[in-house]
Design a protein around this ligand. Sequence first.
Ligand SMILES: Cc1cc2nc3c(=O)[nH]c(=O)nc-3n(C[C@H](O)[C@H](O)[C@H](O)COP(=O)(O)OP(=O)(O)OC[C@H]3O[C@@H](n4cnc5c(N)ncnc54)[C@H](O)[C@@H]3O)c2cc1C
Length: 354
Amino acid sequence: MEIGIVGAGVAGIGVAYGLRGADVEVTLLEKNREVGGRAATRFENGCTYDYGANYVTPDPDLEAFMRETGGDLVEIEEPVWTFDSVGTIEPGEARDRPALTYEGGIAEFARRVLSRADATLETETRVESITRDGERWRAECEGRVHGFDALVMTPPAPQTAALLSNADWDDPFREELVASIEAVPYRTILSVVLRYPFEIDRPYYALVNTDRDHEIGWLSREECKRGHVPDGESLLVVQMAPEWSLERYGEPDGSIAEAAAGLVADLLDGPRLGTPAWTDCGRWRHALPDDEVDTDVLERVAESSLFFAGDWVAGDGRVAAAFGNGCELGWRLAESGDEPLQVVDPDDGDDRSR
Ligand SMILES: Cc1cc2nc3c(=O)[nH]c(=O)nc-3n(C[C@H](O)[C@H](O)[C@H](O)COP(=O)(O)OP(=O)(O)OC[C@H]3O[C@@H](n4cnc5c(N)ncnc54)[C@H](O)[C@@H]3O)c2cc1C
């Protein structure tokens, strides 16, 4: 039995991990050079920064799993404060879960889990089209064709919908399936990185805009993560509000960063923050799903050995939710044994996904 997983973000890697030990051959097809998807890290000029997801907020089981899989875990101790549309900054509520990343950045989570899964990884392999060929699926990737008995889709909903909409596949449920997946709304976020050759001394790790009426949605101090920023310096990760991000999405990095730095200088009341020493910009067209998909519709195509995982399936734009959703699907598929692949009712057994 060959299972293909499109996408090696935390959900795709969760599926592969859930399938470990099962009598199946698992292949992950990932368009990027690195795994982790939106749980992404960059390394520039001696700094390490998480420019997609900032940290994982695990439940106790996932936290234990993260500690067991090793790596230099970093717990962010400083609190998250809030600000409103006129820039009033106030203390926020205490966390109910730890905020974890790694000294090597959050992308390490996906790498560590993958090293424990039994799967083949093909990077820089963008799936351009999929075809139903008898009882098999074919995934075409820049001239190469991969064949599978079952296919798991994990790209964000709009990218999954586009692949299904163009697929060579006749199915009575297809139209309804594509419409349901297309209906999941997304926020677009420009993630702007500003580095300063001096410390920014504040009593918080991050600020979050609570009334969703400021140009800045989130701002965090990467130096609160051990090993990410050299001593005496500061690196801000600034996530711009969806409307602002959409308006400027096509602008050059430099002008986006300049405008963002001006807004940061105003918000933090620090004129010298308007001129960072260097900047970077991450573009997340499909940053966060704002609603969940109708999972009943997804289950209708399980008979065609087509499955789905991701934050949009879980209905929560969080690393922990996406990973848990992937693990659960992997485990449920593994439970199918020699039967035709299907999603086994999770109530029939214990959750062994972690
Ligand atoms: C700016 C930002 C901040 C966030 N902050 C947090 C946070 O602090 N904490 C938190 O828990 N979550 C946060 N999130 C959300 C979190 O990152 C996501 O919920 C989670 O990473 C989703 O994982 P996934 O595997 O479902 O999807 P993805 O990470 O999007 O993985 C999908 C994968 O599919 C690949 N792919 C897409 N199309 C194809 C194709 N055609 N062929 C092959 N591969 C393909 C992509 O390259 C990607 O690797 C944030 C997200 C963003 C963007």
